[in-house]
Ligand binder design. Structure first.
Ligand code: ADP
Ligand code: ZN
Length: 293
């Protein structure tokens, strides 16, 4: 089978084709412009590839309520032209094949469950810490949508005692995303995260916020693994700092070996690396044919 995969991000789109083994056979990437221009490029890419299904992992917010007439639409994004855009409808017009559609983070979680760091598990949580903070949830063997979809990037956090930065979220100011996404790091310290030395206080503060949020998600959902991806997590020194924060925040209360003894294999980077998003979209495409949860 040849499956189409589309990682639809707010700044760039990645399209590719792959197979049921999770192998990406070909890929291209282009800038996210207006929906018309962007989708035309995607259609041109897929049109002679013979895809039997397409999976789309999309930036949000999106409507995934199958009973809604607005299923498959992008909803309230401030991104020019994308608010209300009928993403799945337009793809269906061009490709009369099963189309899987979910958030970029749910897609990445599914990809990691199928072929990556959460392989074989029936519960995991996937965080991306990049331009924003997003959370994908896979629980009891299926992707979770709930009322709309989880928005764990916007949970409120207890402030670090030395943090005077007001936060960047246009809705909440100092929510997790407002304090810990890439642009917040840049604004707080006046330079891009990539320019800060590994021993800079920025990373301890970053770990304080992420560790706190992860401790919360462990208490709420009891995931069997927590995967941390996105540009900011290229700072590998964050992993031990985050694990320490999680250990401190839980303080022995969740008394299970994964937390007490094996945090190194419990809070991990995506093992699909830079292909995590595209493999996730591939998994959504296969799921659309085979009915994976
Ligand atoms: P996006 O979230 O737009 O899909 P990324 O996950 O690459 O893309 O996130 C981009 C954000 O992550 C930017 O704010 C950037 O400054 C930050 N970032 C990217 N790489 C690194 C890095 N190696 N160290 C620290 N911050 C990074
Ligand atoms: Zn927020």
């Amino acid at each position: 089978m040849i499956i189409g995969a589309m990682e639809a991000g707010g700044t760039k789109f990645i399209c590719g084709v792959g197979n049921e083994e999770g192998e990406i056979l070909d890929r291209i990437s282009f800038k996210t412009e207006t929906p018309d221009k962007t989708l035309q490029q995607a259609v041109d890419y897929f049109k002679d590839k013979g895809v039997q299904a397409i999976g789309i992992g999309s930036f949000g917010p999106i409507n995934m309520d199958l009973s809604s007439p607005l299923y498959g639409h992008v909803t309230t994004t401030p991104k020019p032209g994308w608010g209300g855009f009928d993403f799945v409808g337009v793809m269906k017009q061009h490709f009369p094949v099963p189309i899987g559609f979910d958030t970029d983070v749910n897609a990445a979680a599914l990809g990691e469950v199928q072929w990556g760091a959460a392989q074989g598990l029936d519960n995991c949580v996937y965080y991306t810490i990049g331009t924003g903070v997003g959370v994908g949830v896979y629980a009891e063997g299926r992707l979770i949508h709930g009322l709309v979809h989880p928005e764990g990037g916007h949970v409120l956090t207890r402030r670090h005692p030395e943090d005077r930065f007001e936060g960047l979220c246009p809705y909440h100011g100092d929510c997790l995303e407002g304090l810990a996404a890439g642009p917040a790091i840049e604004k707080r310290w006046g330079v891009k995260g990539t320019m800060l030395p590994t021993e800079h206080q920025a990373w301890e503060m970053e770990a304080y916020y992420l560790g706190q949020a992860i401790a919360g998600v462990i208490l709420l959902l009891s995931p069997k693994r927590v995967i941390l991806g996105g540009g900011v997590m290229h700072q590998k020194q964050l992993f031990p700092l985050i694990r320490r924060e999680v250990r401190q925040a839980l303080n022995g209360y969740v008394a299970t070996p994964a937390i007490l003894e094996s945090l190194d294999t419990y809070i991990v980077p995506p093992s699909l690396g830079n292909n995590a998003g595209l493999c996730g979209a591939l998994a959504l495409g296969i799921k659309a044919i085979k009915g994976w949860a």
